[in-house]
Ligand binder design. Structure first.
Ligand code: SF4
Length: 468
């Protein structure tokens, strides 16, 4: 299903749409308050963006350094060219250790690779331990947001889900009660699973260590109790030095949830005695994106989710409408790189208002890239013929003053004499909108009249004229 159709389905539930919109805007406002307390915020953003520029230009050097140092620390390194290889590597590690059950903390990379499905098909039971992720896992859904995976669900729905799967009281939806139930449920999994998989927020080339940020401590609990710790990262997660971490940690938490710091920023360097630690470094289209001059900056993303929280389209259409592991504006830039045909609709799911670029902590020019993707997709033949023809027609009208005047006059006449020709169920634009009253004259006509010394019209009429 394309974004527009999925969004139409989402917006059928008016209350959910409004509440979803408000919840995300609440986070956006919280982010603004946190950011405004840091006078050096813009300097932090510039510094982080420049560090990432350096990383993207020297990726091979930093990855090799990371590999060398991690190996010296006793970590086993794996390289995966794509999602399939990543999944095979994880399965291989589990089989080698005779493990059939695993706990997993939040990792958007494993969502991107559809790891859970793959492991499930191969007889491995995976339990997601991030609370939001566990909720969507029990619901049989993918996450709808990279930081708040079940932001689309109401507490009543979570209560019903927990009643069905965890045996909580019927009709109970008190968040404290549900969280406690999830805690008890997950504790048993932590204590009995021999393998834990975590994501990686930042990997440090200089030390060979990596940092995992969570608010629930679930990554730590899983990794510390398991005999086998598998950490999976995209190649872009490497940073040169430990001293660079401070910039990213300060930016990440404030941008994501408005917190000054993520509750747990855990540093992993080497396996504890008796444990094995694996680091799986994955490309899966990232080097291809690196080679696209207009889009390489998208690899700077630290997955804070701020661009989603602020995006008027994301807030009102929900994350699942993007049919991609990473939703929202950044997802709409990353997805066409992997499959242009399947994801050609996503760069069009934007107003190009630029709010995403304004909040991005690493200064990715998100809305410019969305606009550029539209051009690439049109040139590659992935845009519907009707849209292409419509744009061509529009371009010829807008580039000819004569045609523009004629179209304006005709449009105003039709809107006045036969409004149903424009505002009817066949015109999707007016399905959700009220047609405005047509202006009496165009701005140009009004201007010419003023120049000719005609009496100045009443303010109301002037405004109507300006609308044109
Ligand atoms: S693109 Fe920027 S704002 Fe969006 S998730 Fe990535 S880092 Fe955050």
């Amino acid at each position: 299903m394309k974004h527009a159709e999925a969004a139409t389905r989402f917006t059928q539930d008016y209350d959910r749409t409004t509440w979803h919109d408000k919840s995300l805007w609440f986070i956006r406002e919280k982010r603004d308050r946190a950011v405004n307390q840091i006078p050096e915020w813009e300097a932090l953003r510039s510094m982080a963006s420049q560090i990432k520029d350096n990383v993207l230009s020297n990726l091979d050097t930093y990855l090799t350094q990371l590999e060398e140092n991690a190996r010296q620390n006793g970590v086993t390194l794996h390289w995966a060219a794509d999602a399939a290889e990543h999944n095979r590597i994880v399965l291989g590690i589990l089989r080698e250790n005779g493990i059939q059950q695993m706990v997993k903390s939040k990792s958007m990379l494993t969502e991107e690779c559809h790891l859970n499905d793959f492991l499930g098909e191969n007889g491995i039971d995976v339990v997601d331990t991030d609370l939001g992720e566990r909720v969507v896992q029990l619901a049989g859904e993918p996450p709808s947001h990279i930081v708040m995976p079940c932001i689309h669900k109401k507490k009543e729905e979570i209560g019903a889900l927990f009643h069905e799967h965890l045996g909580t009281e019927k009709g109970a939806f008190d968040p404290q009660y549900l969280t406690e139930a999830a805690r008890q449920h997950l504790r048993e999994k932590f204590l009995t699973r021999r393998a834990a998989l975590t994501g990686v927020n930042f990997a440090i080339a200089e030390t060979g260590g990596f940092v995992v940020c969570t608010n629930e401590g679930n990554a730590d609990m899983g990794a510390h109790l398991a005999d086998v710790h598998i950490a999976c990262m995209g190649i872009e997660k490497v940073i040169p030095k430990a001293e660079h971490l401070g910039f990213f940690l300060r930016l990440l938490a404030r941008s994501a949830t408005g917190q000054p710091i993520t509750t747990y920023s855990s540093h992993f360097h080497r396996p504890r005695p008796g444990q094995t630690m694996h680091l799986v470094i994955v490309d899966n289209g990232r080097t291809q994106q690196l080679g696209r001059a207009d889009f390489r900056n998208s690899l700077k993303c630290i997955r804070c989710g701020a661009c989603m929280n602020t995006c008027p389209v994301y807030r009102r259409s929900g994350g699942h409408s993007y049919h991609n592991a990473v939703a929202g504006p950044i997802g709409a830039i990353l997805a066409p790189n992997l499959d242009m045909r399947k994801n050609a609709d996503l760069p069009f799911a934007s107003t190009l208002c630029g709010s995403c670029s304004n909040v991005c902590p690493v200064k990715i020019d998100i809305h410019d890239q969305l606009y550029k993707w539209r051009q690439v997709l049109a040139a590659e033949g992935h845009v519907e013929a009707s849209k292409k023809q419509g744009m061509k027609l529009m371009a010829s009208v807008l580039s000819s003053p004569k045609l523009f005047r004629l179209a304006g006059k005709t449009g105003r006449g039709v809107m006045r004499l036969a409004p149903f020709a424009v505002s009817n169920p066949l015109n999707p634009w007016y399905r959700e909108r009220e047609m405005p009253a047509p202006p009496k004259e165009s701005f140009r006509e009004w201007y010419v009249r003023q120049e000719a010394g005609a009496p100045v019209k009443a303010e109301e009429e002037v405004r109507e004229g300006v609308k044109d």
